[in-house]
Ligand binder design. Structure first.
Ligand code: CA
Length: 226
């Protein structure tokens, strides 16, 4: 597994590399956005750890360009401030996950492992814990019991399952499920109502919470065991 670390603070970059090496991950450090950008185009990586605050070419520019070019390498974004805007912008630009500085190294390693574990998804079948979806037959089962969903609930769950373990912003749901980008705020209630219905159908009275709310940002679907 080869990881590209784009971080302009040499001490932080070196610490990240040391820590990753201890976990058995080979990494390459790019100290500028330019360097990171060119390495991404010339070498293959399994994961990118990307600081957003870089002099010159910013992390967001690199991320947007990667996704525009169709590069689907998982990206873990590092943000300096814990602002909702930063997180939403990063996720909407195509980040798979984010960490707010300063962070515990164990947390970084856990995120890195989760992102590398995802691998290549099966086009037709999605599975998260006991939850299984067949996108061809549009059927959903939970521990082999059929879950009856409306078309909208199905599409909502589909997006959450595709991004399982990662935060899906309300903006992403508005765009991908409601095909609506213009009126993000008025849609919030509609999204909440549908998420609440979906929660009732999936988790019911089991006490398990598959869909968790990330306050001010959106939702994350996790397997019950995580
Ligand atoms: Ca920085």
């Amino acid at each position: 597994m080869r990881i590209l670390v784009v971080e302009d603070e040499p001490k932080v970059g070196a610490a990240l590399q040391d820590g990753l090496a201890q976990e058995g991950y080979e990494s390459v450090l790019a100290l500028t956005g330019e360097d990171g950008f060119f390495r991404l185009h010339e070498e293959g990586f399994d994961l990118v750890i990307l600081d957003l605050m870089l002099p010159g070419r910013s992390g967001l520019e690199i991320l947007r360009r990667m996704r525009k070019d169709g590069q689907d390498t998982p990206v873990l974004v590092l943000t300096a401030r814990d602002t909702i805007e930063d997180r939403v912008i990063g996720l909407d630009a195509g980040a798979d996950d984010y960490l707010v500085k300063p962070f515990a190294f164990e947390e970084l390693v856990a995120r890195v492992r989760a992102l590398l574990r995802r691998g290549t998804p099966d086009e037709a079948n999605l599975r998260v814990g006991a939850l299984a979806m067949n996108r061809l037959t549009r059927s959903v089962t939970l521990s082999d019991d059929v879950v009856d969903l409306t078309l909208r609930e199905f599409e909502l769950l589909e997006v959450l399952m595709q991004h399982a373990g990662r935060v899906v912003s309300r903006e992403m749901l508005a765009r991908d499920v409601w095909k609506d980008t213009a009126r993000a705020t008025p849609l919030d209630n509609v999204i909440d109502v549908h998420v609440a219905r979906l929660r009732r159908k999936i988790d019911g009275t089991t006490g398990v919470r598959h869909i968790q709310t990330v306050r001010g940002v959106g939702f994350v679907l996790r397997a019950e065991s995580e």
